[in-house]
Ligand binder design. Sequence first.
Ligand code: HMG
Ligand code: MG
Length: 310
Amino acid sequence: MSASHLPQRVKVVEVGPRDGLQNEKQPVPTDVKIALVDRLSAAGFANVEATSFVSPKWVPQMADGAEVMAGITRRPGTVYSVLTPNMRGFEGAVAAKADEVVIFCAASEAFSQRNINCSIEESITRFEPVARAAKDAGLRLRGSISCALGCPYQGEVPVASVVDVVKRLAALGCDEIDIADTIGVGTPARTREVMEACAKVFPIERLSGHFHDTYGQATANIYAALLSGISIFHSSVAGLGGCPYAKGATGNVATEDVLYLLQGLGIETGVDLDAVVRTGDYISQAIGRPNASRVGRAMLAKMKDAATAA
Ligand code: HMG
Ligand code: MG
């Protein structure tokens, strides 16, 4: 592992409205989703993953993607991303004026079958027209690699499998590639090994870390990835989420926890932590879930104390 210095600035991609909410069993009202996206862009995120244009048979919660995109207030400077598994999804994304489309595949064959109903090879072939169309339309293209640090069905995922998928997504013209620990099993040493292997085949400044916190390793993994030179991270406000195709997987690492970590390291993000904490409180109450962010809970308690004392 190569030692490195920490980046001065990090891009935090807020994925709560998509990755966070997609797994909610009860339908979340469209106006709540719109309010969530708007609060997040107002908090200063340069990139919000707003929704998916996937099959509603597979992920019913994302069936109102077009309405969400039509209802949000666009903040200049914020990139609104959506997931597009095929041309039908891409067409929905274009009609909804998304700024970035996300194609998603896995480093594990078993997970690919469960998540998108085809092999890794087939998924890449399926994404070719989507990638071409995105480039022709001048849209940003992001590729997300699930199960890069472990798979619920096959267990160990070889580093070489992740690197192979990075190369394929790079060949499709992805502007950014996400290394995703879908089930949150990764540890810091493995994180560095995978990130550094991927950085040999794709520019490190366009690689991102997408960590879930199932085993409580996510902030440690982010710190490890920072040391390897990664400067883009995904997180979900209030730690919303889970994965419909990965039983027992908890949400993404909470945005509040990531921002607190980065703030403590003196790394700029351009995001207002207090505003994110209030947004975490809003969405947790709106969907009737406990707030899964430790930083969020601690800061809310302090805010309440300060309000009582005033
Ligand atoms: P399929 O069943 O193999 O394909 O699904 P299909 O073409 O037969 O489609 C089935 C039905 O869906 C058809 O309807 C299609 O028209 C319709 P029917 O004819 O039966 O009435 N359909 C669509 N409807 C709306 N929008 C579309 C669309 N496409 C088809 N775009 C497919 C294949 C890929 C479509 C399906 O498996 C799918 O949509 N999967 C999405 C799964 C998903 O969203 N998973 C969660 C996101 S990945 C993730 O969370 C991981 C990530 O966060 C990183 C990490 O943490 O690892 C990114
Ligand atoms: Mg995810």
